[in-house]
Ligand binder design. Structure first.
Ligand SMILES: *[C@@H]1O[C@H](CO)[C@@H](O)[C@H](O)[C@H]1NC(C)=O
Ligand SMILES: *[C@@H]1O[C@H](CO)[C@@H](O)[C@H](O)[C@H]1NC(C)=O
Ligand SMILES: *[C@@H]1O[C@H](CO)[C@@H](O)[C@H](O)[C@H]1NC(C)=O
Ligand SMILES: *[C@@H]1O[C@H](CO)[C@@H](O)[C@H](O)[C@H]1NC(C)=O
Ligand SMILES: *[C@@H]1O[C@H](CO)[C@@H](O)[C@H](O)[C@H]1NC(C)=O
Length: 512
């Protein structure tokens, strides 16, 4: 009779041990599952040759587009001769689809990858509101750059410049096609400069175009962190053309290149952290701040990041921007503009957001025909999947402006007042990722929390139930055991108790 009871006890012991195991598993899932998923994601996104993410990175299966809007000047003569307010007609979009590819990829031993970016642009008439050969009238950027720069030069130089421009018949406005404005046209001044200026100061081209030389493989060698060694640096630029800092600005912070190209970011992005994008034409890393949660294609949740509203604020309202003003006051850019002249062969180019978004209204009101900025249409933003750090949707919106300075000694531009003249604005973006990627993301963002929940419930409920039952049985059986002990020692037991015991014994036998 003892042996079966011991066996029951043993079994109950196993059951309790098992129940504890389940509970411990439950606790492990509660505490460690999220970190485990993180580890898996980190391993999956890191750029290892042969991995899926590597293929997506090297040849993105997306169709980015750039939509260009041109500010056509419709009263150039009246503006120059009669001092009228310039009247502008915004044309576009002129849409190009892009194919991106990283070429000459080399994996370095220290967890970095070097490559050249190849972008091929294709004009898409069906998405555009005009043709590439539409003729527009825009400020003559090479000429006005030269005249504006000559402001502080010796007077005879300005006079010489005026006569050269007279001979070459250079005018302050040019009539070019949209395609030429973007991809290049022969400019007599640049041609001249190429021939006469000493080699060291030479401009690299004799053609001028706002996207000149951008169709094809870029000469810039980019080295980024693959994330294999340190996932917190995933995608960040290590070196750009061998340099780890920009040369233009006053502090290391402003010269930092520690941003990504905007397509990937270090994973596990939190709302209180800034992310950074570097683009050569921006001439700096652009900080982006969490704005709101958004839903993108295929119900994938994303975080919208956009530049803080004081990103291009003047140095009075944002003293951090002082480092971007090596010329010192009063030459710092006004609020809403970023002076990239040091990256653009000293041309007085100021970047802003389209329609002077975040700049003072006075700049827009200096023209007729520019509608007030609207956040939805003119804001710069990137929507990222926070867990994986992948960009889901992006709109890089930038306006290119020319800061013209009046130079009275040069008769061609004597009447061209000090003005910030908008030339074009563009929107480069990715709309949606292929289903294959969004499905995976959706899986990655919805399954782990659910799985964690289910596993926790299963482990805790099963473990708990098992434990309670086992303990209950244990108590009952030890109760019975003490009754049995009584049987052997208590000779004073009454008949009634004997009867009860007999019944219990019978029960026990039946049970066993
Ligand atoms: C741009 O403006 C000029 C001057 O008004 C005009 O002749 C030309 O047709 C305009 N271009 C387009 C594409 O509308
Ligand atoms: C400038 O204004 C005068 C009269 O105010 C007018 O006759 C002339 O045509 C205008 N010039 C241009 C280029 O529009
Ligand atoms: C990693 O190696 C590459 C190639 O040797 C080099 O250009 C880069 O500066 C190195 N980066 C770091 C962070 O050591
Ligand atoms: C870019 O180059 C490709 C060929 O490499 C060509 O087909 C395409 O038309 C070019 N795009 C533009 C806008 O010039
Ligand atoms: C832009 O920066 C250059 C170089 O620092 C400076 O000479 C120029 O005055 C600045 N222009 C404006 C409009 O702030």
């Amino acid at each position: 009779m003892r042996i079966p009871i011991n066996m029951t006890k043993k079994r109950l012991g196993y059951a309790i041990a098992f129940a504890f195991c389940l509970l411990i598993l439950g606790i492990l899932v509660a505490c460690g599952f999220t970190s485990l998923v993180k580890l898996v994601i980190d391993h999956q996104v890191a750029l290892r040759p042969g991995a899926k993410s590597y293929g997506w990175w090297s040849k993105p299966p997306v169709e980015p587009r750039i939509s260009v809007y041109v500010y056509n000047v419709t009263n150039a003569d009246e503006f120059l001769n009669n001092g009228s307010k310039p009247v502008i007609d915004e044309l576009g979009p002129y849409v190009y689809t892009e194919t991106w590819e990283k070429v000459n990829i080399v994996e370095n031993a220290n967890g970095t990858i070097s490559y050249n970016m190849r972008k091929v642009y294709q004009f898409r008439e069906e998405f555009s509101a005009g043709f590439e050969d539409d003729v527009v009238i825009v400020p003559n950027i090479p000429m006005l750059s030269a005249t504006s720069q000559s402001k502080h030069a010796a007077r005879f130089l300005r006079l010489a410049m005026a006569s050269i421009m007279d001979i070459l018949k250079i005018k302050p406005f040019v009539e070019v096609s949209v395609g030429q404005l973007l991809w290049g046209y022969e400019d007599p001044l640049l041609k001249l400069a190429k021939d006469v200026v000493p080699k060291e100061q030479k401009l690299p081209y004799e053609e001028f175009g706002l996207m000149y030389g951008k169709n094809g493989t870029s000469a810039d060698r980019v080295t980024i962190f693959s994330g294999v060694d340190d996932i917190n640096k995933y995608g960040l630029i290590d070196k750009y053309n061998g340099k780890s800092q920009l040369p233009h600005w006053l502090t290391d912070e402003c010269n930092s290149l520690s941003g990504t190209d905007g397509s990937i970011f270090p994973p596990h992005i939190s709302k209180d952290r800034m992310i950074h994008v570097y683009d050569k034409d921006l001439c700096r890393i652009l900080p982006l701040k969490f704005e709101k949660e958004v839903e993108t294609k295929g119900d994938v949740q994303g975080y919208r990041f956009s530049p803080p509203s004081n990103v291009f604020a003047d140095v009075e309202s944002n003293p951090d921007n002082m480092c971007f003003c090596p010329a010192g006051q009063p030459s710092c850019a006004p609020s809403g503009f970023f002076n990239v002249s040091l990256c653009q062969y000293d041309s007085p180019i100021l970047l802003s957001f389209p329609h002077f978004y975040l700049a003072d209204d006075q700049y827009r009101n200096a023209f007729d025909g520019i509608s007030p900025p609207e956040k939805e249409k003119h804001q710069f933003f990137i929507d990222v999947q926070p867990e994986m750090g992948t960009t889901l949707r992006a709109r890089a919106r930038v306006q290119i402006n020319l800061a013209v300075s009046q130079v009275v000694d040069i008769k061609q531009v004597a009447n061209f007042p000090d003005i910030i003249f908008p030339i074009i604005w563009f929107e480069e973006g990715v709309d949606q990722l292929p289903d294959e990627i969004t499905d995976l993301m959706k899986l990655a963002s919805t399954v782990p929390p659910k799985a964690r929940c289910v596993l926790m419930i299963v482990f805790f409920v099963l473990g708990g139930l098992l434990l309670v039952t086992a303990i209950f049985c244990l108590i009952r059986s030890s109760h019975r055991q003490s009754t049995l002990h009584l049987e052997g020692s208590n000779y004073l037991a009454t008949q009634q108790i004997d009867m009860a015991k007999k019944k219990a014994k019978e029960d026990q036998q039946r049970v066993n």
